[in-house]
Ligand binder design. Structure first.
Ligand SMILES: Cc1cc2nc3c(=O)[nH]c(=O)nc-3n(C[C@H](O)[C@H](O)[C@H](O)COP(=O)(O)OP(=O)(O)OC[C@H]3O[C@@H](n4cnc5c(N)ncnc54)[C@H](O)[C@@H]3O)c2cc1C
Length: 386
């Protein structure tokens, strides 16, 4: 830890989850590519051990430092409700899965191999304050001084407004179930389930002939949380799954709502879900996170070269897309019972490539027009008004 005026390192990244680790890997990749010097970097992370605690899925269309670790690709995907189903197919932009365990292992090894980088585990940041020439970071294990900070902690409760969206709550099991019978090329993104209080669906990814990821998901307005695990187990019972073994489980509670901006430029920048990078209308974050980390890594390398430690937030997602999402979430909150029809209409009126771009936060104007045209005009025009 530092004395009064010296720095422990150029840059501190608070939190070594998806964003913190991605940013470190992008820094290593871009510095090698551009032959630019790396800053000295400390990542401060509370967890003492990493587990394979989640999978990241997205439409696989772009380069990123973890692309070679993708474990599964599905060229077909489907949304369904009762007897009705809509499928889309793309060999070019398949739906893909990245196990967190592989990402953690790869990123930790890359960080370990870089002399100027250091991952400090068991460290919880309690406060940060900046001055004219640096940032003071107070933790459970003392203080750090750095020239700049990227803060990837989750958003504070005061920065999300649940009246503007939903919580996406889910519990998933990876199960070993020999000969389960599901098509290994088809990702079932949403199979809507009858639900009184909120929007519920099963998410089902066949991993091979004998293994599946099955997840019960709810878009929930807040209040009393649904018991997703009980719903998932009831669904497995109803479907006659008997001889299965749970090999891994995951659960989450993601804010599908705008995250209000906090401190967004200067020596301290928020990043990741806490920086509003996750897409409010979908809960997808991975692809946008990679784009934003690439941009931020470019800014950091430029700062290390110039000595001018001042960042601005990456803005890879268009503002009009955030506006469309707000309207969509408002309409969905007012008419949750129509969600299955709206999602099925959306997938039937768009091409696979349009949907992949739209879901990956990279729609063209034509994609946005196709999406808007697929949805009923009256509830959506009304939802333009708060
Ligand atoms: C089970 C699960 C499955 C998901 N699946 C997908 C998916 O398929 N596709 C997709 O796009 N998105 C998915 N998401 C959403 C999102 O991509 C992930 O939540 C992702 O991990 C968010 O990245 P992040 O860096 O913002 O947060 P995190 O990965 O959670 O990283 C934040 C880090 O900050 C650390 N931290 C917290 N408090 C402090 C503190 N006080 N001091 C220091 N460090 C701190 C945490 O320990 C953590 O390591 C999923 C989320 C979950 C929970």
């Amino acid at each position: 830890m530092a004395g009064e005026r010296e720095f422990d390192c150029d840059l501190v990244i608070i939190g070594a989850g998806l964003t913190g680790l991605s940013l470190a890997c992008w820094l290593l990749e871009l510095s090698a590519q551009k032959q630019q010097p790396l800053p000295t970097l400390h990542l401060l992370e509370p967890r003492k051990e990493y587990h394979n605690d989640r999978t990241w899925c997205f439409w696989d269309s772009e380069h990123h430092p973890f692309r070679h670790l993708i474990s599964h690709r599905w060229p077909h995907w489907q949304v369904s409700s009762g007897e009705r189903s809509v499928s889309q197919s793309s060999e070019q932009t398949p739906y893909a899965m990245l196990p967190a365990g592989s990402v953690y292992q790869h990123a930790l090894a890359r960080i370990e191999s870089c002399p100027g980088f250091s991952l400090r585990q068991g460290i919880t940041v309690e406060a940060i304050s900046d001055s004219a020439d640096g940032v003071l970071i107070s933790t459970n294990a003392g203080q750090w001084r750095a020239r700049a900070v990227i803060d990837t902690r989750p958003p504070e409760a005061t920065r999300v407004d649940e009246k503007l969206g939903f919580w996406q709550v889910f519990t998933g099991y990876e199960i070993h179930c020999p000969g389960h019978g599901y098509d290994a090329g088809m990702a079932k993104l949403m199979d809507f389930q009858p639900c009184q209080e909120h929007i519920c669906f099963m998410y089902l990814l066949p991993l091979d002939r004998d293994n599946l990821l099955v997840e019960w998901t709810a878009f929930h307005p807040g209040g009393e949380w649904p018991d997703c695990q009980a719903r998932l187990e009831a669904w497995l019972d109803e479907r006659g799954f008997e001889d299965y073994t749970v090999t891994r489980s995951e659960s989450g509670k993601l804010p599908m709502m705008p995250v209000s901006p906090s401190r967004q430029q200067g020596r301290i920048v928020r990043a990741g879900v806490g920086g509003g990078w996750m897409r409010a209308a979908t809960g997808y974050h991975f692809s946008n996170c990679q784009r934003n980390c690439a941009e931020l890594a470019g800014q950091i390398l430029a700062a290390a070269a110039s000595g001018h430690w001042h960042f601005h937030p990456p803005e890879s997602r268009k503002h009009w897309l955030d506006w469309m999402d707000r309207v969509f979430l408002r309409a969905l909150r007012r008419h949750p019972e129509t969600a299955p029809d709206w999602f099925l209409d959306l997938f039937s009126a768009t091409t696979a490539e349009q949907m992949a771009r739209f879901m990956n936060d990279q729609p063209r104007w034509g994609d946005a027009v196709a999406v808007a045209a697929a949805l009923p005009s009256i509830p959506f025009l009304r939802a333009v008004m708060p």
